[in-house]
Ligand binder design. Structure first.
Ligand SMILES: NC(=O)c1ccc[n+]([C@@H]2O[C@H](COP(=O)([O-])OP(=O)(O)OC[C@H]3O[C@@H](n4cnc5c(N)ncnc54)[C@H](O)[C@@H]3O)[C@@H](O)[C@H]2O)c1
Length: 316
């Protein structure tokens, strides 16, 4: 019987590179036992160094009851690592062939009710789970670097994943300090990286054409939309740009301009359905808050962010 997602005590982490080491730090902070499997002694050392560097920050953010660095161990085999783990977070190199093999081994070693979560940045779980006898418990849990600080985890199953396992993963991450986003569709690279990629490709075009330098692009993002995106995503940003009329009004003037050469990315047709989906999404997210209330929240958070940024810059 699968443990309740908020009652986990023992986690297995597989791979102790940049991401696995950081997952271990996060789960230790959450007061869990962590078994970290890593064949390379250099990488094991690296994970300990990462933990040394991150721990004061994690202490400052607040440790869960019982949290201790002493609860980390490095088992010698994968089998030993997953033997008593109640959930496994995989963080091995991003190659489909080797992920499939790691998942085949994990699947063979871990009891069938233990979830196997992959940190993959963009591979499909449908492909990763191909060689598993129990693919129903395999789920993507894609973190953002560094996972001990950034709350986002994108969650999606493959074709043979049990939807109940996906829901368990959502509840597990939420119970242990994360802000999970469950995807409805298994799209390559998930949500956040696709958005980053769109922006990055426009950067490549602008630099290639001599339209903007890297410095100009970075300054434009960091001092403008980047700050705001920490508070309002691109959806609610447009909702507020529409004034009292919100997203609906915004689309009235923005819609007809979608053919303008403001980005190399082609715009989809703004059908009535798409329009309504955008408006409904903003209304759901606003959850009854007026545009004025949202703007006041935005401003208060922006002031706090700007002050925090100034403090960090002054400390340099
Ligand atoms: N680096 C990022 O910013 C980032 C962000 C989100 C997700 N990811 C994903 O996380 C995963 C890990 O990425 P990373 O950046 O930590 O890579 P990394 O190369 O830093 O670490 C991978 C580690 O896995 C170890 N390893 C290799 N084969 C193994 C095996 N069979 N069993 C156990 N360990 C094994 C390697 O020795 C290495 O230490 C990838 O799927 C990557 O796409 C990376």
């Amino acid at each position: 019987v699968r443990v309740a997602p908020d009652q986990v005590e023992r986690v297995g982490v597989v791979g102790a590179g940049v991401i696995g080491g950081a997952w271990a730090a996060h789960f230790l902070r959450m007061g869990l036992d962590v078994s970290l499997y890593e064949p390379s002694s250099v990488a094991r050392e690296g994970a300990l160094e990462l933990l040394d560097a991150a721990w004061p920050t994690l202490e400052r953010l607040g440790l869960r009851e019982g949290a201790s660095r002493e609860r980390l161990r490095f088992p010698e085999t994968l089998e030993e690592t997953v033997a008593d783990a109640q959930v496994v977070q995989e963080a091995t190199p991003e190659r489909l062939e080797s992920k499939q093999e790691v998942f085949r081994l994990l699947d063979a070693a871990a009891p069938a009710d233990v979830l196997l979560l992959s940190s993959t940045s963009g591979l499909r779980m449908t492909d990763i789970q191909a060689r598993c006898a129990h693919p129903e418990r395999t789920v993507v849990g894609h973190p953002f670097n560094p996972p001990y600080l950034l709350p986002l985890v994108e969650i999606v199953g493959g074709e043979r994943t049990d939807p109940a396992a996906v829901d368990w993963a959502v509840a597990f991450y939420a119970a242990y300090g994360k802000e999970p986003v469950k995807l409805d569709v298994e799209i390559p690279s998930f949500i956040a990286s696709r958005l980053q990629e769109a922006l990055a490709r426009e950067m490549l075009h602008m630099v290639a054409e001599g339209e903007a330098t890297v410095e100009q692009i970075d300054a434009a993002v960091v001092n403008g939309p980047g700050l705001r995106w920490a508070i309002l995503g691109p959806g609610l940003s447009f909702h507020l740009a529409g004034g009292q009329g919100g997203m609906a009004h915004c689309l009235d003037w923005w819609g007809p301009l979608l053919d303008e050469p403001w980005s190399r990315l082609a715009a989809p047709e703004l059908t009535p359905e798409l329009r309504q989906r955008l408006i409904d999404g903003c209304e759901r997210e606003a959850a009854g808050r007026s545009v004025d209330e949202l703007a006041a929240e935005r401003d208060a958070c922006l002031v706090a962010l700007l002050e925090a940024r100034d403090r960090c810059r002054d400390a340099r």
